[in-house]
Each structure stands twice: as structure tokens, then as C-alpha cells.
Write a protein that binds this ligand. Structure first.
Ligand code: HEM
Length: 365
């Protein structure tokens, strides 16, 4: 990514794409842009799935949009909303691929937003589930694994140690699938839409473009592609590189630990969060991970500590932790989550953009 050039790219892209692309709000000051440019290290930004074999002229509006997000610096956040949503069982709703997703997103929101307005344990679980389903893929597994719903559809996966703690949210998705598959909804899409609904329901969370149309699979994803919190930094970085996620993207994605609680890394402190505000999508996680000493109410994952200190991730941690870090983090997270949510997906050009079904962002409590 060339951070310095994304504003130009955004301006040019708006003309290129028929789909409205939201330019990044001018909230990043120049010092943060400079810091992010440093954090980027000119790492390659790669295309994914079927986009690798298709010429730009062969792409539809969604293919072009996703291509632009993946490699051209477009903002993956959106402010598109439905003007009018047809009633669920109407013919108009059947004709509109996104319509049913509006009702699903509404039901998910009830589970993900607590009475205090903050995001719930189910929301944390849904974000982690989206990551664990998609991350069962690498460049060496081709079209096997990835965001295909197998974390729920292949019972073997939940028995893997790396998926400890996801049992309840897997049950919730089984329930949602039983309820909504009648409308033609797939598990892989449910899981990725759920992660994006959960993220935007967390106060300050970005509203990430959400696509549907992935293929489901009940074949267990290849084992060994999820990281251990005790792995050394180089091993973790290489694991994510093999998923086309470079260190800046990894640093941004790790910020999901802003809303997380651990149970199995240190069972004696089960439930301890990774920053002091686990119900809010804020940048406190970055500051508290970098701090010389841990705040007493939090537990820092060993992997977060070694990665935050690594020269390839430290500049991003520092930039996100700063007073103007929220907007660049949201931008980077949204873009990298779109990438993550498409790992192992080989019909990207045929997906449908249903971002308009997402609930609104909450900018304050
Ligand atoms: C080096 C990469 C990563 C490692 C080693 C890692 C490890 C962990 C561990 C050990 C836990 C606690 C599990 C438990 O004890 O209950 C956790 C929780 C969590 N992780 Fe990660 N993680 C990584 C990356 C990510 C990414 C990329 C995302 C999302 C984009 C993510 C989202 C979450 C969430 C939301 C939770 C909280 C789950 C809950 O509270 O139920 N993690 N992670």
C-alpha cells in the first residue's frame, strides 16, 4: 500500500467505479499519515481468489470495488443505507438478495449490543469466529479452506485447540443457519456478515463493506493454520504473510483484541480483557499493549506483546496508539478485514455488496 497516495487513488477511483466508494474522511492528520507510511514498509498488496486470473476489463462493479479495496487503497468503510426495506416475506424481498440480510443483521444486533450500549460476549465471539473461519487458508492451500463456513459445518474444527472458547457462538450460528437457510442464506456469509455486524455494533467500530455469495463447505479446513499465542513473532508474521496479510494489516487486525477477553491462555485469570474497555472498539488496546507495565485489570497475550515489539509492527502500533490513531486504525482494519473475509473465496467477482444492511456506527457512548 502507498498510504500517501490513497487520497488520490480514492478520487480517481470514484470516477472509475459505478458503485459509490466512500473516500476516507479527512480525519487523518499528516503526522499519522507519515507514521502509517513508515509502518507500511512498501510490502506487496496482493489480489485474491478469482481476481488473480481476471483482467480488469472482465470485472463487474463488485469485482472492481473489491480489487480497489485490496490493492488500490480504497476505503472499505461505507455509509450506504437502505432507503426502503421490503417486508421479509414479500416478493420484492425475494427478488432483492440483500433484503433478507437486513432482517438477519437486525436479529444479530440484538445479540451483539448489551443494555449498556457496549458490545457483548456474543459480539466478541462473532468477531473471532469470522477470523477463525477465514484464516483456515493459505496461499499453499489454493481453493481449499478459508471463509467457507466449515468452522461450524465441519464438527471436527471446533474440537481443535485453537478454537477453544468458540463453542457457544458456534451454537448460535447453528441456530441462525437453521432459521435463515430457508431463505437461501449460507453459513460462510452468515459468519462474515456476523463479524461485521458485531464490529459496527461495538461503539466506535468501523462500518465495513459486507459481501455475500460465498460457497459453503463442510470439509474441515486444513489444520495448523491458526496461530498460537505462544508463537514467536517471526513465525506469526510468516503465517499471516502466507495468507497475503502483511505486518501493517496484521497490526490492524490485532486491534480486534480491543474487545476481547481471554479464558484459556491464563485460566487463573479467565475473563480478563486485553484492554480496560473490552466493550468499546477503541485504540486503548494499542497503548496498553505498548505500555511498560500491564494495567492490573488486563491480561496481555504473549503474542500481542512480541508482535507489538517487532520492528515491522511497532510503527503501526505506535501510530494507532496515538491521539489521532482511531481513524487510521478503522481505515486499515476495515480494509484488512475485507481481505481476511475473502480468503479462499474464488467467486469474488460474482459476490453481491450488501453493506447497506449494516446498522449505523456509534461514535460515542
Ligand atoms: C497472531 C494472531 C492472533 C493470536 C495469536 C490470537 C490469539 C487469541 C487468543 C489466545 C484469544 C483468547 C482465547 C481465549 O482464551 O478465550 C483471542 C481472543 C480473541 N481474538 Fe485473537 N488472536 C490473533 C489474531 C486475531 C485476529 C486477527 C482477530 C480478528 C480480526 C482476533 C479476534 C479475537 C477476538 C474478538 C477475541 C475475543 C474472543 C472472546 O472474547 O470470546 N484475533 N485471540
Amino acid at each position: 500500500m502507498k498510504v500517501s497516495s490513497f487520497a488520490t487513488a480514492l478520487a480517481g477511483g470514484a470516477a472509475m467505479l459505478s458503485t459509490a466508494v466512500q473516500a476516507h474522511p479527512g480525519m487523518m492528520n499528516s503526522s499519522v499519515l507519515e507514521a502509517l507510511k513508515e509502518a507500511d514498509f512498501n510490502e506487496p498488496r496482493e489480489l485474491l481468489g478469482d481476481l488473480l486470473g481476471l483482467h480488469r476489463s472482465e470485472l463487474g462493479a463488485v469485482g472492481l470495488l473489491i480489487r480497489a479495496i485490496l490493492v488500490e487503497g480504497f476505503d472499505a468503510q461505507t455509509n450506504e443505507y437502505y432507503d426502503y426495506v421490503p417486508p421479509l416475506n414479500s416478493e420484492a424481498c425475494v427478488r432483492d438478495t440483500c433484503c433478507v440480510w437486513y432482517y438477519i443483521a437486525e436479529e444479530m444486533t440484538e445479540q451483539f449490543r448489551g443494555l449498556d450500549g457496549q458490545c457483548t460476549d456474543a459480539a466478541r465471539g462473532a468477531i473471532r469466529l469470522g477470523y477463525h473461519d477465514a484464516a483456515g487458508w493459505s496461499k499453499f492451500t489454493g481453493d481449499f479452506g478459508g471463509a467457507d463456513g466449515s468452522i461450524v459445518l465441519a464438527p471436527e474444527e471446533i474440537l481443535r485447540r485453537a478454537n477453544n472458547g468458540l463453542e457457544e457462538i458456534v451454537q448460535q450460528y447453528t441456530f441462525w443457519y437453521d432459521r435463515w437457510s430457508y431463505f437461501g442464506v449460507g453459513m460462510a456469509d452468515l459468519i462474515q456478515m456476523g463479524a461485521n455486524v458485531a464490529t459496527v455494533v461495538c461503539p466506535l467500530g468501523p462500518r465495513i463493506r459486507s459481501f455475500v455469495g460465498r460457497h459453503d463447505s463442510s470439509i474441515p479446513a486444513p489444520d495448523g493454520l491458526l496461530p498460537s499465542p505462544f508463537d514467536p513473532a517471526e513465525k506469526l508474521i510468516n503465517l499471516f504473510r502466507a495468507k497475503t496479510i502483511q505486518p501493517l494489516g496484521l497490526a490492524a487486525l490485532l486491534g480486534a483484541h480491543s474487545t476481547s477477553r481471554q479464558r484459556f491462555v491464563n485460566p487463573a485469570r479467565a475473563g480478563a480483557p486485553q484492554d480496560s474497555t473490552p466493550g468499546i472498539w477503541d485504540v486503548l488496546y494499542y497503548a496498553q499493549t505498548l505500555a511498560a507495565r500491564a494495567a492490573p485489570d488486563i491480561f496481555r497475550l504473549p503474542s500481542d506483546l512480541v508482535l507489538s515489539e517487532h520492528p515491522r509492527l511497532f510503527p503501526a502500533f505506535k501510530a494507532f496508539a496515538g491521539p489521532n490513531g482511531q481513524a487510521p486504525w478503522d481505515f486499515e482494519y476495515a480494509r484488512e478485514y475485507v481481505r481476511l473475509s475473502l480468503l479462499g473465496v474464488f467467486n469474488i467477482n460474482n459476490l453481491t455488496d450488501c453493506s447497506r444492511v449494516l446498522p449505523a456506527r456509534t461514535f460515542s457512548l
